[in-house]
Design a protein around this ligand. Structure first.
Ligand code: MIC
Ligand code: SF4
Length: 757
């Protein structure tokens, strides 16, 4: 379970020298982000000034973390890389596959039976290759990483977009697809476009009902779901130092919702306290010794406009609690304006369920603040009007808050404690509903609220808020309740007002746990066998994708022109489909079923150009595949936003889609497409989106001279005999073009391994 202190000490001992070299190379003072990035340049990579948003740079991350739903594909790929052990400390966390239904104990035991095959697979691959394994029930990956592994000044990647949560402890933590994780575990460099930098200056101090969550809800409103794309957000200022370490984690966590590569805070006293409180005093001592390197240079924070590409300033003293939604996390409402918004927009005022916890908000502090509200309801003989659930982030937090009586407080209020897992946050929720067609509202302290995300129901209006606001609203059972100003009346007619929440950052008696749920790998895994049954419907050994045929691509069919938001949830839905995450053929049956077809405004109904009939997207694509015909997917802005799941790239690749052409991509998804040997292209002129017609046959020209910076051409041959030729952009560098040619990045690793034998 132990973090790798030797690795950390080694990094810290070179830190100053690397930063000095970077200062000399760039000729300027450095932000914290730059310091950490430069300290992690791949060995041999030149320390030079990189152009932000442009230069691809190779890095050497210190760690890899994987959650069960994405680890399956990451490790199925790793098994083909020909290595005997992972090259950097890595862990697997079983958190996504547990369905929330009645409560922690029953749900966990059911999950262990239902997912036995997958858990056994993950446990044995981990054992074989030297990967730490966190069993189901141990907790949500990001909370466990924050408690056990994150450290100031480090760099880690994780196969989940909320890996960024660890930024709360001053580490550059980035969400990636499984193929990227596979590279790093195989001992190869990890490549990232040198990011743009957004500085967020926090002044003042939080008070009353306002929590760390409200800072990121506000930032999301300012930057929108696309505003952080290609950028790292660096928080600084006195306001930043006043936030608890886990509160910082919450802010970094939801940076994923604005597309940020990651977010980070400089090392400070709160982080030191958290490290010591979670049994990592050695790291705190090491960080104290190089504290000046673990924050941005003074000149940078004194004059941020000169060093960041964009600067945002937020005065925490004036910040109101926020509620964001519905259907998108960037629709930000200060609580004083929310009741009106509910009325004007006709959102269902009745709040049916309040859900707190998740990787975003399940710290000791969060739980204690929410519990202080719950307790007031019980003390005033007021029974919560809405259903209420709590998902603790880790067994350590759960055990500690139970010991300290907080779970009891929630239960008295009518709350149900769910397993330490993602549960309803990822649609693993058997919601008890009488009529799924009824418009209804829920509020969560989670991060995402895309349509259908939590319960699969498009009629559910999901809003996100802090745990304390969520709790207050659940008590009142109404979206338009404002706990800052409004009163509640109990059955006896007694009127009362909820007092401001009171939280405790670190447990006074310290954290405790009986069994944290960790399983260490075998020292020598060579004898460990990894079994995948050929008849399994949940796991399937991967077959390599075919290499590029060496010619331009002609006569492709348009599979779908997707309209509007097309997140990874639209491309490869989670919820009921999570069970097929290790079986590429089976999960491909969900490909793009949530995407809206531009031509008929329907989901999962596209024209099959071979028959002229309308069919499902996967069904139609399978027909093209059977006929040996490739296809093209067309999309709108920020295509593939949301999660890191590479299934959204592997499914189209597997079913024979040859290119995805969109107005813009979300970062992780674009990389995932490239890794899998797919063409991910963008319109040079976004207006060209309008030229694409339902019956188009498509050629992609220029592939024989495919080179960095060169446009490609696409010809859209319309049914009436006319054609439009358009220019399309790409961001492939030389190495990524090699991935395309080889059919996938993994094919190259495999080839090199074979050659080295
Ligand atoms: C999510 O929050 O959407 C997930 C589930 O954690 C995903 C990963 C996945 O799809 O497995 C993420 O955020 O990357
Ligand atoms: Fe799990 Fe939700 Fe966090 Fe994703 S966002 S890791 S699904 S709790």
């Amino acid at each position: 379970m132990a973090f790798d202190i030797d690795m950390i000490k080694k990094l810290y001992s070179n830190f100053g020298a690397r930063i000095d070299a970077a200062r000399t190379a760039t000729g300027k003072s450095l932000t914290l982000t730059e310091k950490i990035l430069y300290a992690h340049l791949w060995q041999g990579a030149a320390t030079t000034a990189f152009e932000r948003g442009k230069d691809y740079v190779e890095f050497a991350p210190d760690r890899v973390a994987m959650q069960d739903a994405t680890a399956q594909m990451a490790l199925l790929q790793f098994m083909q890389a020909g290595r005997t052990k992972v090259a950097v400390p890595s862990t697997v966390h079983c958190d996504h596959l547990i369905q929330a239904e009645v409560g922690a104990v029953e749900d966990l035991s059911k999950a262990k039976t239902q997912n036995k095959e997958v858990y056994d697979f993950l446990a044995s691959v981990s054992n074989k290759y030297g990967i730490g394994f966190w069993k189901p029930g141990a907790g949500i990956i990001h909370q466990v990483v924050l408690e056990q592994y994150a450290f100031p000044g480090g760099m880690m990647i994780g196969t989940d977009s909320h890996t960024v949560n660890a930024g709360g402890l001053g580490i550059i933590a980035i969400g990636v697809g499984g193929a990227d994780a596979c590279d790093v575990m195989a001992g190869l460099p990890w490549e990232l476009k040198f990011p743009k930098l957004i500085g967020v200056k926090l002044t003042g101090k939080l008070s009353g009902w306002t929590a760390s969550k409200d800072i990121i809800l506000k930032v999301a409103g300012i930057l929108t779901v696309k505003g952080g794309t290609g950028a790292i957000l660096e928080y600084f200022g006195d306001g930043a130092k006043s936030l608890s370490c886990t509160g910082k984690g919450t802010i970094c966590n939801m940076g994923a919702e604005i597309g940020a590569t990651t977010s980070i805070f400089g090392y400070d006293a709160k982080m030191g306290e958290y490290l010591r409180g979670t049994g990592r005093a050695e790291i705190a001592d090491g960080a104290d010794a190089i504290a000046a390197h673990l924050t941005g240079d003074d000149e940078v924070y004194a004059n941020p406009e000169a060093y960041f590409d964009q600067v945002i300033e937020i005065n925490l003293t004036e910040l109101e609690p926020h509620i964001n939604g519905p259907f998108t996390p960037d629709l930000a409402w200060p609580i004083s304006k929310f009741a009106d918004a509910v009325k004007v927009n006709g959102w269902p005022d009745k709040m049916e369920v309040g859900l707190i916890g998740s990787c975003t908000n399940s710290s000791y502090e969060d739980i204690t603040r929410a519990a202080s509200i719950a307790k007031q309801a019980t003390d005033n003989n007021f029974k919560a009007k809405a259903e209420f659930t709590i998902t603790p982030g880790s067994e350590q937090v759960r055990y500690t808050v139970e010991r300290d009586g907080y779970l009891d407080t929630f239960e008295k209020m009518g709350g149900v404690v769910l397993a330490n897992a993602c549960g309803p946050c990822i649609g693993q929720w058997a919601r008890h509903s009488t009529d799924p067609n009824r418009k209804n509202s829920i509020v969560t302290s989670y991060n995402r609220n895309f349509s259908k995300r939590n319960d699969g129901n498009p009629n559910t209006h999901a809003f996100v808020a802090s745990p304390e606001i969520t709790t207050a609203l659940a008590i009142a059972g109404s979206l338009s309740f404002n706990p800052l100003t409004d009163y509640l009346t109990n059955d006896k007619g007694e009127k009362f007002k909820l007092e401001e929440p009171l939280g405790i950052e670190m447990p006074v008696k310290g954290f405790a746990v009986e069994d944290a749920g960790f399983q260490a790998p075998a020292e020598d895994g060579s004898k460990v066998e990894v079994l995948v049954s050929p008849t399994s419907d949940r796991l399937q050994i991967l077959q390599p994708f075919a290499a590029w045929e060496g010619t331009d691509l002609k006569g492709l069919k348009l599979l779908i022109k997707a309209k509007g938001k097309c997140t990874t949830d639209h491309i490869s839905m989670a919820g009921p489909w999570l069970k097929f995450r290790g079986h590429l053929d089976n999960i491909s049956n969900n490909m793009l079923i949530g995407a809206l077809n531009f031509f008929n405004e329907k989901t999962d109904t596209v024209k099959n150009q071979l028959t002229g009939e309308y069919g499902t997207v996967p069904g139609t694509q399978r027909a093209y595949k059977a006929a040996g015909i490739g296809s093209v997917v067309v999309g709108d802005e920020n295509y593939g936003e949301g999660s890191s799941r590479e299934h959204a790239a592997m499914e189209p690749r597997f079913l024979g889609v040859r290119a995805v052409l969109v107005k813009s991509f979300a970062r992780i998804h674009e990389t995932n497409l490239k890794k899998q040997g797919m063409l991910g292209l963008t319109f040079a002129d976004k207006e060209d989106y309008n030229k694409i017609q339902e019956d188009d046959k498509i050629d992609i020209i220029g592939l024989t001279s495919f080179a960095p910076g060169n446009q490609l051409q696409m010809v859209f041959n319309h049914a009436d005999g006319t054609a439009d030729t358009i220019n399309v952009n790409h961001t492939y560098n030389e190495q990524q073009i090699e991935w395309f040619k080889a059919g996938a990045a993994l094919n190259i690793i495999r080839r090199e391994f074979e050659a080295s034998k």
